[in-house]
Design a protein around this ligand. Sequence first.
Ligand SMILES: [Zn+2]
Length: 238
Amino acid sequence: MVVTEIERRTTLTTSSADPHIGQAPSRLATVQDFVNTRDIEQSTDELTSPTGLDRWLAAHGLRPAAPTAHESTRRASGRERGPGSRSDAADLALAVDLRETLRAVLRSHIRPPRGPGRPPEARAGDPGGAAAAARLAEIAAGLPAAITAGADGGVRLVTPSADSRGALTTILLISAEAQTLGTWARLKVCSADDCEWAFYDRSPTRNGCWCSMQICGSRAKSRAYRRRATGRADAVTT
Ligand SMILES: [Zn+2]
């Protein structure tokens, strides 16, 4: 059986050692999975082609799996970008831009370290958070969203577009929903520069900063230990 990277990390991060780290609840897990389409540690990326983007969006129920022949004809004629229209290079570039901007925003959700027990690698409130927020605002301004009301009078934000831009809009609408529910700030990316895996912080204190204490947390501790040991050695020899 092939164990995917997501399954491996999920197994590790839901173990008894990390009871408060894991998969985001309900639809927010889609945003988490979107950020994790790029695995920095393993040097893999699911979004390297428009086809790969369409495949991922379809697998996550964000758009139809493939265009019908009729839709393909209309798209080819340049008349319409229908629900099944395939993504192009510009759509892919936008998706990657959104993903990396979201990663930067989630990085800013890491709280400043408190107390002597916190590893020094834990970044103290990401200084790039403001730039990421500004970029996210630019991307959001260019995406199609509309306000609508259902038969029950319930007012909702939706996207009128069924193509990949609509799918990316849905990802942002899920993020907006999470902000209302109070779950958004718990979605973070790991503090390790060579990881940045998106994880959900269920800890009561909301101070989690590693995707896994067993992987990145212990690595950071080892680095800190070596640095302190090297410092002591330097102090002795100088
Ligand atoms: Zn990590």
